[in-house]
Ligand binder design. Structure first.
Ligand SMILES: [Zn+2]
Length: 195
């Protein structure tokens, strides 16, 4: 199996490594938009060598060894399709991504988000998809261990377990800063394009 460690790319805060390759599923869509599915150039070359991927675009830099020289892959596509996970794991990152990094009470987009138990833990509220939402610190303090209505607050939407498709689409709202020019043909960000 190819080591596609998408889950190990730790969200938006990871420093871009040198010349990573964008990895696409066999349908030419990224395996993940956010975090964007990338391979280190070493893994990309290994995958080419093992004939698991085709190279779609290359960097100008060339890797040379005694036996061969190969342009660093900029975009690779898997030869066989990987089915997306059917069940989204309940993780901190996935929960914030479901809520598009937005406080679910006041609608503010915040870097410093916390979790809020809709039905407070002290009243038996469970830590799961349908009872935890992203909240800014001030809403979290305001709500405290009350139910939202008692604190005069209202949820923007009912929390549910997101589908993999929802998370993939939400991820498209967060284009990374370092996008190589060869990647843009495969990334359909939700941003306006200039002529
Ligand atoms: Zn808030």
């Amino acid at each position: 199996m190819l080591d596609v460690k998408v889950t190990e790319i730790d969200g938006p805060y990871e420093k871009p490594k040198k010349n990573p390759a964008l990895i696409l599923n066999a349908d030419y869509r990224p395996l993940s938009y956010f975090p964007l599915s990338l391979l280190s150039w070493q893994d990309a070359i290994k995958s080419v060598y093992l004939e698991r991927v085709n190279v779609v675009a290359e960097y100008e830099e060339v890797v040379r060894s005694e036996k061969l020289s190969l342009a660093m892959p900029a975009v690779v596509v898997l030869k066989s399709f990987i089915s997306p996970q059917k069940i989204v794991p309940f993780t901190r990152f996935n929960l914030f991504l479901r809520d598009t990094f937005t406080c679910q009470y006041c609608g503010k987009k915040e870097k410093e988000l916390t979790f809020d138990h809709v039905l407070p833990k002290s009243r038996g509220g469970k830590t799961r998809w349908d009872n935890v939402v992203a909240s800014c610190t001030s809403c979290n303090i305001k709500k405290s261990n009350k139910v939202a209505s008692k604190a005069g607050m209202k949820l923007l939407k009912k929390p549910v377990r997101p589908s993999p498709e929802t998370l993939l689409n939400n991820g498209r709202k967060f284009p990374p800063k370092n996008v190589h020019k060869t990647w843009t043909d495969f990334l359909y960000w939700d941003i306006e394009l200039n002529d």
